[in-house]
Design a binder for this molecule. Structure first.
Ligand SMILES: Cc1cc2nc3c(=O)[nH]c(=O)nc-3n(C[C@H](O)[C@H](O)[C@H](O)COP(=O)(O)OP(=O)(O)OC[C@H]3O[C@@H](n4cnc5c(N)ncnc54)[C@H](O)[C@@H]3O)c2cc1C
Length: 261
């Protein structure tokens, strides 16, 4: 088994994790990523204890924690009253998990850390800027065609893993539907350097209840480690994207909490 080969498509958190786990297990691995770089948009950043256990199995835990923030508490707030109504302490999980806390590390840092680790594995090759375009399943193997910086790339492997996101080319090629329902909701994510821990006593994860519109507030380290607070707001149906992204909307939503009008 250890000489089998695996192609992984997509270097998001799922594909990069899978590629490193496969390389560590001795498989010959090709990881393909369509973009030239890992996407650094603000996306997932909270890693819960069960995910931390998985990451620990790759031996990257200390470095992963060093890239983010350890959050022992999360809070529930009454937003109109500006009052914390409950504080949850992950420490109650001590004895259940080796990681009774969450780690707030932006997902692109995980992918980039793993890509760096993969360079230590001669059995792993990372193809950035390379889009998988077609594959054929044979009796024992899969043949994949991709287009990369050097033109067409033809690869053959025992297994192909599609970790290519919600619009997965692999899933569609296999005729698998994305079943389910998309909630007609939009969220606005604002990132601020304002220190909500100092001004309001916020923990690194806060959930603010308000009949007029809830808010979630998280702290991440940022690429410069200066710390960033991400505030998430629901966008009412009647509000256009342009209105939601305007300076007025930012001031109205974030200004009062940040002590600005
Ligand atoms: C704007 C935004 C905000 C989000 N915020 C949160 C959040 O706050 N909390 C949370 O838990 N989750 C959040 N998510 C969801 C989270 O980002 C995803 O669940 C996560 O990225 C999924 O990881 P993945 O590895 O499965 O796929 P992805 O991260 O989507 O990675 C798939 C990769 O495959 C590559 N790819 C696609 N097609 C091909 C191809 N043909 N060939 C080669 N490569 C290909 C893509 O370029 C991409 O890098 C957010 C998502 C978005 C878009």
């Amino acid at each position: 088994m250890a000489t089998e080969s695996i192609i992984v498509i997509g270097a998001g958190p799922v594909g990069s994790f899978t590629a490193l786990a496969a390389a560590q297990a001795g498989y010959k691995v090709h990881l393909l990523e369509a973009s030239n770089e890992v996407n650094t948009d603000p996306r997932a950043a909270t890693f819960h204890p069960s995910t931390l256990e998985m990451l620990d199995s790759l031996g990257i835990m200390d470095e992963f924690i060093a890239l983010g923030l350890v959050a022992r508490y999360f809070d529930y707030w009454d937003k109109p009253a500006r009052k914390r109504v409950a504080q949850m302490d992950h420490q109650v999980l001590e004895g259940e998990t080796r990681f009774p806390f969450v780690v707030q590390t932006e997902q692109h840092k995980l992918a980039n850390l793993i890509l760096e680790k993969l360079t230590n594995y001669p059995n792993a090759t990372v193809h950035m800027g390379t889009s998988a375009t077609a594959f054929i399943q044979h009796a024992d193997t899969v043949a994949l065609t991709a287009v990369g910086p050097e033109g067409t790339l033809d690869l053959k492997a025992d297994w192909l893993i599609g970790a290519d996101g919600g619009r997965s080319f692999v899933r569609k090629s296999l005729g698998i539907d994305f079943e389910g329902y998309t909630w007609p909701e939009r969220f606005l994510v604002l990132t601020s350097l304002h220190d909500f821990e100092a001004s309001l006593g916020c923990a690194y994860r806060g959930y603010f209840a308000d009949p007029g519109g809830w808010t979630n507030l998280f702290k991440v380290a940022g690429d410069d480690f200066k710390g960033r607070w991400r505030a998430v707001f629901p966008v009412p149906e009647a509000e256009t994207d342009e209105e939601a992204l305007s300076d007025d909307s930012v001031a109205r939503r974030l200004g009062p909490a940040a002590g600005r009008s």
